[in-house]
Design a protein around this ligand. Sequence first.
Ligand code: TPP
Ligand code: MG
Length: 636
Amino acid sequence: MSVPSSTPAGTVRLTVAQALVRFLAAQFAERDGVRDRLIPGTFGIFGHGNVAGVGQALLQNATDPADGENPMPYYQARNEQNMVHTAVAYARTTNRLQAFACAASIGPGSTNMITGAALATVDRIPVLLLPSDIFATRTVDPVLQQLEDETAGDVSVNDAFRPVSRYFDRISRPEQLIPAALQAMRVLTDPAETGAVTLSLPQDVQAEAFDWPLEFFRERTWHVARPVPEPAALERAVTAIRAARRPVLIAGGGAIYSEASEALAAFADATGIPVLDTQAGKGALSADHPLAIGGVGSTGNNAANELAAEADVIIGVGTRYTDFTTASHTAFRNPEAHFVNLNVKAFDAAKHSATMVVTDARTGLDALRAALGDHRAPAEHGERAQQLRAQWEELVEPCFQPYDQELPAQTEIFGALNDMMGDEDIVINAAGSMPGDLQALWKARSPIQYHLEYGYSCMGYELPASLGAKMASPTSEVVAIIGDGTFQMAPQEIATIVAERVKVILVILQNHGWSSIGSLSESHGSQRFGTKYRMRNEETGMLDGDKLPFDIPANIRSYGLEVQEVSDTAAFREAYRRAEASSEATAIVVNTNLYGPNPPGNSWWDVPVSQVSRLESTQQASTAYEAEKAPQRHYL
Ligand SMILES: Cc1ncc(C[n+]2csc(CCOP(=O)(O)OP(=O)(O)O)c2C)c(N)n1
Ligand SMILES: [Mg+2]
């Protein structure tokens, strides 16, 4: 590229956007000796806020890169929220060692990313967001799509990213990019801090030229830390665990992101402590391990929940203890229950008044096992855990068999999928009635297989996430399980899947409504009001008329994807084999029963019921609610 003669020595004159792209392409992340691009690509949608700034910089990178400049592949998305989901799924599949950038235009393009930002931050997954912002000079105010705040001239809609980002900066002058970009990389690669990182880019500043020190663009390697436990904290944990008669370990997402599976198996083998899992942690310990008891909490299984109820010591490894994990603070019923938390984030380690050990999960588990020496939990405890698990498996066996009803229960479909998918394949889900069934029933035999986004439980994550997961793990079959409600919320990224020729399998469960919220509504006195997809009934005035004519298979076909439609589990098995054999993305639409049945369970989730009502259904639900809530307590 031509450099004006006035450029000072040791610098290069580039726009802010050009500098940012060149910088990002030179960043690497390393852990355990494995080094890869930290920002392997950029998803984007252009508008006037970034077409001539970030858009120009990506074009120049693709067609006329500077000497030594790394490529920054660009992927065009259809909806900004979706592209963040795709990026999050990619990062999660790489165990947070890589993060995509997501570039959006100003105003609605940017605010469309806010849900994705919240999801990333809640789930602790790195993603770099590049929303465009109003003119820094303000000369042309109000620019198209600008929010005018008459009391604060420096406020824009992008300030809404602040509470949902782990790091936020607005680049109002070119030179601010240097410290901001470095801090952004630090946060993305810090396992305790990570989440959405937002660099807000005023549209005029993106295009502004500056003399950048060449040093800014040298390759940098960010070392992803494995913090080691403090010896005194470890000693306190050892003392608590040695005294336990009925300990359990809960594996959360942190156990997977830190690649702690071997350490976890070794810990369970050495100590005989049963291992329960959360939605994010399922598969950290293979379901085949004799001490893998499975899901705990509101959507957990009876075996795990019985062990949790009795436990005197709960060892939480890489878990945030969401209300689903604690069954809204009713899961742990032993008055003596005490928590020992291993977490890379002090905030999580401290939860429930725990003996806290701030540590990487893998490093911490290995250190704890070594420090415990030959200590083992009482043998009868492990035996009881295995008996409870066997009883549970017997109890749920009917879930996998055809029920005497016209359409299959989705549990049959999940049983078939679990049976057919390979250990290194990936199943994705986030919202609806499916996460509960999957958490209770799915047997994950590897840490990659079970990809449940249940921190933000965002309808619409599944489909774009399948694209990201497949891009990150091309040898895996990637299956997105998508409810019909979820499908209608965000089908657009099928176009991106087609354009990029990424082979995923979309399994859409058509039950004409919200099975999940419908049954929640019924059990909470609200009579399934407004939870089915029905025409407005002219007689009743309610949404209880005929089913809608909306044709999901035709809708998917219109994107250019092949679709199979099935209404029983045997046909689903055949359809899945065909989808697997295909070299292209395909969809299977499965007609399922809105009313389940769902797996049995004896746990609870706190969803408050109206305390006063003229409706008898609500009055009854309110009485039941008060009784269920009684065991709820703080863990102190
Ligand atoms: C973006 C978003 N909006 C609303 C919700 C609340 N919600 C949770 S599940 C659900 C219905 C899901 O319907 P569907 O995808 O058809 O799955 P089903 O319940 O039928 O299994 C709703 C509205 C949510 N989780 N995410
Ligand atoms: Mg549905």
